[in-house]
Design a protein around this ligand. Structure first.
Ligand code: HEC
Ligand code: HEC
Length: 268
C-alpha cells in the first residue's frame, strides 16, 4: 500500500488552510474597500477604483471623473422674464449707490479698465443671475463670492437696474461683416458649435447670454478656458461648456480679440 500522502491537495489541513486564506482575503477586501469607506460621512459609490483609492487614503477631491464636480457648480437660478425688465427710477438710484463699492474694479461707469468685466449696459438678467451664482458659490471667484455674500435679492436687482441703463461699450456686430471670425459668424457645424452671434447678439440674443462686445480680452479668454475645462460650470444646460469644449487656444485668442476690439469706427 502507498504511504499516506501528507503533502499537497490530498492533505485535509492543506485544503483547509487554502480555504481559510480565501475567506480571509475576501473578508479583508470587503472590509477595507466597501465597509470602511462606506461609513465615512462623504462616501458615495463611485466604483471599485474610487473605493480602492479611498481605502488607500487618496483624498476624495483628487478627481474621480468630472461629473460630481460639475454637479456641485450647476446653477440653481431659474431665469425668469421679469429679471429682464427695466428698473424703476428708485431702483436705479439705489443701485447707483450700491455700485460705489464696485467702481474700484468695474470702473466708474461700469467700464472696466482692468481685466474685470464691463458691467455698463449689461442685460439685467445676466447681472442678476451671475451675482446669484457667485452668492450661492456656483461660480467661483474668491473676490466676487465674498462681495456678493451680503447682497440681498433686492440689492442685486437694484445693481442690475443701474448697470443695465448705462450705455453699452459698442454696438452688435453685423453679420455681413466678412472679417468676423468664422466661429462668431457661422460657428463650427461639424463640431456642433453654434455661431456666437446666434446667442450673444448679432442674429439673436438668448435670454441670459451676456453682452460681450467691448469686454476685456483677458477676461473673455479666461472665461472660455474655464468653460472648456469645466472649472466654470454655472451655465444652464452646459450651453457654454458645449461651445468651448473643443475650442483650441488659437480660436479662444481669436474670438476674444474680436469681441474685445475697441469701440468706435474701425480703421481699415
Ligand atoms: C476687487 C475687484 C472687484 C470688486 C470690488 C467687484 N468686482 Fe465684480 N468682478 C471682479 C472680477 C475679477 C470678476 C470676474 C470674476 C470671474 O472670473 O468670475 C467680476 C465679475 C463680476 C460679475 C460677472 C459679470 C459677467 O459678465 O459675468 C458681476 C455681475 C459683478 N462682478 C458685479 C459686481 C458688483 C455688483 C460689485 C459691487 C457690489 C462688484 N462686482 C465688485 C472684480 C470685482
Ligand atoms: C447656445 C447659445 C450660446 C452660444 C452659441 C454661445 N454662447 Fe456664450 N454664453 C451663452 C450663455 C447662456 C452664457 C451665460 C452662461 C451663464 O449663465 O453663466 C454665455 C456666456 C459666455 C461667456 C461668459 C461671459 C460673462 O461675462 O460671463 C463668454 C466669454 C462667452 N459666452 C463667449 C462665447 C463665444 C466666444 C461664443 C462663440 C464661439 C459663444 N459664447 C457661443 C450662450 C451661448
Amino acid at each position: 500500500m502507498k504511504a499516506h500522502d501528507t503533502t499537497g491537495w490530498r492533505n485535509p489541513w492543506f485544503r483547509k488552510s487554502i480555504l481559510w486564506l480565501i475567506v480571509l482575503t475576501v473578508g479583508a477586501f470587503l472590509a477595507g474597500f466597501v465597509l470602511l469607506p462606506s461609513v465615512h460621512s462623504d462616501f458615495s459609490a463611485k466604483g471599485v477604483w474610487a473605493s480602492i483609492c479611498r481605502a488607500a487614503g487618496v483624498p476624495a477631491d483628487w478627481s474621480f471623473g468630472t461629473a460630481p464636480r460639475q454637479a456641485a457648480t450647476a446653477t440653481d437660478v431659474v431665469l425668469d422674464r421679469s429679471m429682464g425688465k427695466e428698473g424703476s427710477r428708485q431702483a436705479v438710484g439705489r443701485g447707483a449707490t450700491l455700485a460705489l463699492n464696485c467702481t474700484m474694479c468695474h470702473g466708474a461707469q461700469g467700464m472696466s479698465t482692468s481685466d474685470a468685466p464691463n458691467l455698463s449696459g449689461q442685460y439685467p438678467e445676466v447681472i442678476i443671475k451671475q451675482l446669484m451664482d457667485y452668492r450661492g458659490g456656483k461660480r467661483g471667484s474668491p473676490i466676487m463670492v465674498a462681495l456678493s455674500r451680503n447682497l440681498s435679492d433686492e440689492d442685486i436687482a437694484d445693481l442690475a437696474a443701474y448697470y443695465a441703463q448705462l450705455p453699452k461699450a459698442r454696438t452688435a456686430p453685423t453679420t455681413y461683416d466678412e472679417e468676423l471670425p468664422a466661429l462668431v459668424r457661422v460657428g463650427a457645424p461639424l463640431r456642433n458649435i453654434a455661431p456666437c452671434v446666434s446667442c450673444h447678439g448679432g442674429i439673436d440674443q438668448k435670454f441670459g447670454a451676456p453682452w460681450l462686445e467691448g469686454m476685456p480680452k483677458g477676461y473673455l479668454a479666461l472665461q472660455l478656458k474655464a468653460f472648456r475645462s469645466g472649472e466654470r460650470g454655472n451655465d444652464s444646460e452646459a450651453q457654454m461648456r458645449n461651445v468651448a469644449r473643443t475650442m483650441t487656444d488659437a480660436e479662444i485668442e481669436d474670438v476674444s480679440a474680436f469681441y474685445a476690439r475697441k469701440a468706435g469706427p474701425r480703421t481699415e
